[in-house]
Design a protein around this ligand. Structure first.
Ligand SMILES: [Cu+2]
Length: 75
């Protein structure tokens, strides 16, 4: 079963940040689906292997500040 994790990453400001985050997400789960919305600083991750905390830690270690968005809080 896969679940979707959404993070607000205010310090993700350009395509470089987005690709860095895409890479760390792939390091956690290479089959995860990542959707990045740069304008609203949202990262949505769909994964059947890893949990929200694992992605949050990986993004933090890459130098960003992910804040978990509660499911249903955004569209
Ligand atoms: Cu950047």
């Amino acid at each position: 079963m896969s679940s979707t994790h959404t993070f607000q990453v205010e310090d993700m400001t350009c395509g470089h940040c987005a690709s860095t985050i895409g890479k760390v997400v792939a390091d956690v789960d290479r089959d995860a689906k990542v959707a990045v919305d740069l304008a609203s600083h949202l990262v949505r991750i769909e994964s059947s292997r890893a949990g929200a905390d694992e992605f949050r830690e990986a993004i933090s270690e890459a130098g960003y500040t992910p804040v978990r968005v509660e499911p249903g809080a955004t569209t």
